[in-house]
Design a protein around this ligand. Sequence first.
Ligand SMILES: Nc1nc2c(ncn2[C@@H]2O[C@H](COP(=O)(O)OP(=O)(O)OP(=O)(O)O)[C@@H](O)[C@H]2O)c(=O)[nH]1
Ligand SMILES: [Mg+2]
Length: 327
Amino acid sequence: MGAMFGFRKKDSSAADTRERAGLFARLKQGLAKTGKVLSTDITELFRRRIDDTLFEELEERLLLADVGVDATRRIMDQITRGVKRGELGDAEALMQALENAMTQILEPVEQPLRIPPDRSQPFSILVVGINGAGKTTTIGKLSHHLRAEDYSVLLAAGDTFRAAAVEQLQTWGERNGVPVVAQGTGADSASVVFDALQAAQSRHIDVMIADTAGRLHTQHNLMDEIRKVKRVMGRLDADAPSEVLLVIDGGTGQNALNQVRQFHEALGVTGLVVTKLDGTAKGGVLFALAEQMGIPVRFVGVGERAEDLQPFDARAFVRALLNRADG
Ligand SMILES: Nc1nc2c(ncn2[C@@H]2O[C@H](COP(=O)(O)OP(=O)(O)OP(=O)(O)O)[C@@H](O)[C@H]2O)c(=O)[nH]1
Ligand SMILES: [Mg+2]
């Protein structure tokens, strides 16, 4: 993953170009379902005469891919202006204008996770989200990347709801050579996370990641519980958690906006991971999230393998969606 990660520690620039090409190919493959809604038809569309029907159809494509009304309007406005100025005479110019307009919406939220090099405290990440969004898997993949960059990592099994949840995290821990702090099922989640952060402090661990049980943003008691987890972390380190990472299933479509709003209200979300983009044609939801919420998107998930959790790169994302070459 090398330089593409904000938290890079090791220097391994030799393989970076090849690595980047491989990542882009995975991204493109992962986004193929949403890409199909967009690029196949758009390429056809752009070969035709530029007229109102073309724009109506383009607009329809964007909405179908769940880009959302506001972001779609912004994209369409920008392209129409270009046409009026007489700048968009051919299909390639149109495609480039579309790419630019889409990229501009995503660029403000392209803010990689950065781990400050001179910390006196572990960098602590509290991972939250609804059931099945991909929290535990994301933690596993993230620990893999962090270990590859030589960071020491400690995981907290804060999902005390299901026995299987602790085992799932332990499996990832074993695979990556990362210790997992856990208590029995039914234990207090806040107490597990407190112990884990304390252990990370005393062992001078670089990064501590806390898993939590999935909860609906509408379950107020569970939202209170997660607030408590956040609070107890603050008792050990006033700046903890360093990151409140909300994991969203990319297939949720426009509903994702409600989730983000409510988790953000309750916890102050500092970063997003949008997973399972490979399984959906609704990947356009990232545009809606960027336009409406403006919360940094740290990673996107485009498959089951560790390499399928990629740092979010706005232009690469758009170019993969529009089935263009890496540029
Ligand atoms: N295809 C695909 N599957 C994913 C991705 N991310 C996660 N998954 C799968 O989604 C399923 C749920 O993932 P988990 O990590 O267990 O989700 P969770 O949020 O921890 O779920 P709970 O603990 O029940 O709240 C698993 O089968 C994962 O392998 C992704 O980017 N692509
Ligand atoms: Mg889980």
